[in-house]
Design a protein around this ligand. Structure first.
Ligand code: SF4
Length: 211
């Protein structure tokens, strides 16, 4: 095991004690709802998404109903999440893709998920990790910042960060590790003011050492 892989395992163990039930904050009951929620989560908070999805899923409970939706009605519901015109087009298009290409079932493979409008690698990994129990390194702004500070990746590009972490992290803990690091970034290792004095992985952190 390389030094970095060993460090990742140590960080995982500490964070597991701190966040034993790390899960996505996006409220959902099935892969369809998570797919829509994760598309809506671009450039907004999970809380904001969770405020609009109850009405959205009540009116459009499955891909066939959403693909036939009136775009203006959908725009009105999701307006608070921002970029509502693009997002409305994307969720209606993704629902249509699920129906037309995958028989109404959200697909599991990365390639198939990436063929849906509005679904990028991060979104696809969220769906794969949370709904299908597939190994998934979920790289968002929190994850990128924290793994860089911890010295687990020196990359800026999300795709390269994902590659770095995939090479260090055993498959069976990738999704869990992603969520724990994400929560750590929201609660302690924040962008503006990381609370290093309260951080249980500070002894393993490159950022603190260089501070
Ligand atoms: S020690 Fe500070 S910079 Fe490092 S992970 Fe903890 S909060 Fe973030």
């Amino acid at each position: 095991m390389t030094e970095r892989a060993d460090k990742l395992q140590k960080i995982y163990k500490v964070l597991k004690g701190l966040y034993p039930k790390a899960a996505t904050f996006l409220v959902h009951r099935n892969p369809y709802e998570l797919m829509v929620a994760v598309i809506l989560s671009a450039r907004t908070t999970d809380d904001q998404v969770n405020r609009v999805t109850p009405k959205l899923f009540k009116d459009y409970p499955n891909p066939p109903s959403l693909m036939k939706a009136d775009v203006k009605k959908v725009e009105r519901i999701i307006f608070p999440t921002g970029f509502y015109k693009t997002k409305a087009r994307n969720i209606i298009g993704a629902a249509a893709g699920v129906v037309e290409k995958f028989g109404g079932t959200v697909p599991q493979s990365m390639t198939e998920l990436l063929s849906l409008p509005g679904v990028g690698r991060k979104s696809a990994n969220v769906i794969r990790g949370h709904c299908f129990d597939k190994p998934a390194v979920i790289v968002d702004t929190h994850f990128s910042r924290v793994v860089r500070r911890l010295g687990l990746s020196g990359e800026e590009d999300p795709g390269r960060i994902e590659k770095d972490i995939v090479s260090l992290c055993p498959e069976d803990i990738q999704t869990d590790f992603s969520m724990m690091v994400n929560i750590h970034g929201r609660r302690i290792c924040t962008a503006r003011k990381p609370d290093c004095s309260r951080c249980p992985v500070s002894s393993l952190c490159s950022f603190l050492c260089n501070d």
